[in-house]
Design a protein around this ligand. Sequence first.
Ligand code: IMP
Length: 182
Amino acid sequence: MNIKTGSVHSFHGRDVEVLFSRDDITSRLQALAKDIEKDYHGKELVVVGVLKGSFLFMADLVRCISLPLTCDFLRVSSYEGEHSTGDVRMEFDMTQPIHGKDVLLVEDIVDTGNTLRHLLSHLKAKQPSSLRVASLLFKETGRNGRSLVDYIAFEVPNRFVVGYGLDYEGQFRSLPFVGAFI
Ligand code: IMP
């Protein structure tokens, strides 16, 4: 299948418009990784992925970053279907201590910013030396915490997006592109 930006495909009974193709993502991640390498030159990073949505983004991003780093994960949930419940639940926490470490938190998407605010205060309490955020997507709704995010791969319109890690009721995560329901 030729999956190009702007094309529409049917998956799990839904029409999905491709917003960012696999190629778009690959080249954007290389640029993002260069920025991260510049900012963390001479340092060692702890990259913390927020499951489940960030798993593909994190896997591809860390392979582009030429710095010594370790990986860890935590898991939160706040969405039911297409809507945020507003209630962020930590389902499991990361395992390594980050006191005095340079931490890069990796998110799939920042929408209202609720999840991120919750995670930042949770991680700050562990006293890392520095804490920054990389998000694959940022919704252009204006109501959220743009200033909380240091590295953004793509901005997206206020539509429900799926693919490349992001799901709708557990499906669509394995699509190799980011798409929006139409
Ligand atoms: P926030 O707390 O409103 O910023 O939402 C953040 C979390 O909600 C993300 O980590 C996603 O898991 C989920 N989310 C928000 N918008 C979407 C979307 O358009 N598609 C899939 N998941 C989303």
